[in-house]
Design a protein around this ligand. Structure first.
Ligand SMILES: Cc1cc2nc3c(=O)[nH]c(=O)nc-3n(C[C@H](O)[C@H](O)[C@H](O)COP(=O)(O)OP(=O)(O)OC[C@H]3O[C@@H](n4cnc5c(N)ncnc54)[C@H](O)[C@@H]3O)c2cc1C
Length: 462
């Protein structure tokens, strides 16, 4: 009898597994509790605006996302950012300052732009330059991002660049964010080159020249119809007959080598393989009946909540110059938004030509409590902040608020050790696999990789 596979959840990691299993001709079924697939990937089309509720891009550097896009036939739909407008601004002391040219993530790689920068004070610039001479850490223990950056590049770099830019990606607090789990590349550079600046400069030199006839890529990429286009293409590729929506898995139990799935409507079925693409706290809840210790470990992964607020304006109503792709706000500024993207400047196809679409972020590592405010209040907060920071006084013609309660896992110090422990527990349950943003990378590329890796294991087993 052929082996049965169940995939729980339909986030991008689950969809990646499903696409690969489908390609290999292996039978499976997806259980999704919502009526729609895609988890955090959600795009809404309203009055010719394309509004992203969750992720608005993927990094082609993490090539698994591009592999998935190609597998489901979307190569021609890949969308570069409008890099003629490229640039990040940082709000500091009442003004927007350009992130100095050559700063890669948080590491300066060019001297002149840093020296000329209005963002960093002279002592701060000198401290950043001294990174070249600071000896690497001797032991392998984990550190928080804050400890790491302060040790290497100084406090000002942490507060004005690393916190909003680097911790911001994780909507996390750098004081307890594991540098090993979130930016292992920095640790490798420190070890190999003795300095992040030297390591980053070397990495830029080693970057392979783009192949002739290769598709043009920008650092951030999207899809012409928004990120949900990927979900729709996966759905078509997988086939609707393998997808059950509005079906919440409430428990998994074990009967010898079989796993028994129970859903909220008391439906039961048994499987040889389970791929759980649900957030760690949900997976903990589902499996607690047959392995309470593993469930306890999973529930130790912490999560943060955030909201995205998209506002659309008539272009003529905005009397200020919107520079770059948007701006980020350091926590020390104590403002109520963390970041803001000029969505229709960064991307084509996001708004009618005579309008502008702007997306702001609230919560995460800054004032997480604001996520609980009502839609109207959140729109008011964002409007007040945009008025104070950028000078936008106009009335938006459209507003959309999306909340992501427990939407982003926090990879706190010790995360990798916890993941190792989880992996050890999983050895007791061959056939049970955990994938998705909770474990080994939050970005779409890493999630896709987790889905591909598990699908390959199952394909090899079968
Ligand atoms: C606001 C925001 C912006 C982001 N921006 C970016 C970005 O620009 N680029 C980037 O690379 N990443 C970004 N991310 C991160 C990235 O989007 C996520 O990490 C990724 O999409 C998570 O995918 P996943 O496969 O882990 O599952 P999820 O998307 O979390 O999906 C899990 C699925 O499981 C389902 N489910 C839950 N419980 C059950 C149950 N009991 N039974 C059945 N189904 C269940 C859920 O309904 C959901 O569909 C962003 C995240 C957020 C929140």
């Amino acid at each position: 009898m052929s082996k049965k596979v169940a995939i729980i959840g339909s986030g991008v990691s689950s969809l990646a597994s499903a696409v690969m299993l489908k390609e290999a001709g292996i039978d499976f079924v997806i259980y999704e509790k919502e009526s729609q697939l895609g988890g955090k990937i959600k795009t809404e089309y309203i009055n010719n605006f394309t509004i992203e509720a969750g992720p608005d891009s993927y990094l082609p550097e993490k090539f698994w996302s591009v592999q998935l896009i190609k597998k489901v036939g979307l190569e021609e739909e890949m969308l570069c950012s409008n890099d003629e407008h490229k640039g990040t601004f940082i709000y500091s002391n009442g003004k927007l300052h350009p992130l100095p040219e050559g700063v890669m993530l948080m590491v300066p790689t060019m001297i002149m732009p840093l020296l000329k920068s209005s963002l960093i004070s002279w002592p701060g610039k000198i401290r950043m330059g001294l990174e070249l001479f600071i000896p690497p850490k001797k032991d392998d223990s984990d550190e928080s991002l804050a400890q790491f950056v302060t040790r290497r590049l100084g406090r000002e770099c942490l507060e004005k660049i690393a916190e909003p830019l680097v911790a911001g990606i994780h909507t996390s607090n750098p004081d307890n964010m594991s540098v090993k789990a979130t930016f292992p590349r920095f640790i490798e550079m420190e070890k190999k080159y003795g300095s992040l600046i030297k390591g980053m400069v070397q990495a830029m030199k080693n970057k392979p020249a783009p192949q002739q006839n290769a598709k043009k890529m920008t650092y951030f990429m999207s899809l012409k119809k928004g990120m949900e286009q990927l979900v729709e293409a996966c759905k078509k590729f997988i086939g609707e007959d393998r997808i059950i929506t509005n079906k919440q898995v409430v428990s998994i139990t074990k009967d010898n080598a079989k796993f028994i799935i129970k859903t909220n409507d008391n439906f039961e079925d048994d499987y040889d393989y389970i791929i759980a693409g649900t957030p760690s706290y949900t997976t903990a809840d589902i499996i607690k009946g047959f392995d309470p210790d593993l469930a306890k470990l999973l529930s130790r992964i912490e999560w943060s909540s955030s909201a995205t607020i998209s506002l659309a304006y008539k272009r003529d109503d905005i009397n200020v110059d919107l520079k770059g792709f948007g701006f980020i706000v350091p926590k020390i500024e104590n403002r109520r938004i963390n970041a803001c993207t000029w969505s229709s400047i960064k991307w084509s196809y996001r708004s009618p030509d005579d309008h502008i679409l702007i997306r702001s972020f609230v919560g995460g590592g800054h004032h997480e409590e604001l996520v609980n405010e009502g839609d109207e209040k959140l729109v008011d907060i964002v409007r007040e902040e945009l008025r104070d920071i950028v000078g936008i006084k106009a009335q938006p013609v459209l507003s959309k608020v999306y909340r992501w309660y427990n939407g982003m896992p926090k990879y706190t110090v010790g995360h990798l050790e916890r993941i190792q422990e989880i992996d050890n527990y999983l050895k007791k349950h061959p056939g049970l696999y955990l994938i998705g943003c909770s474990y080994k990378g939050i970005g779409i590329g890493d999630c896709v990789k987790s889905g591909f890796d598990v699908a390959s294991k199952i394909i090899n087993n079968l």
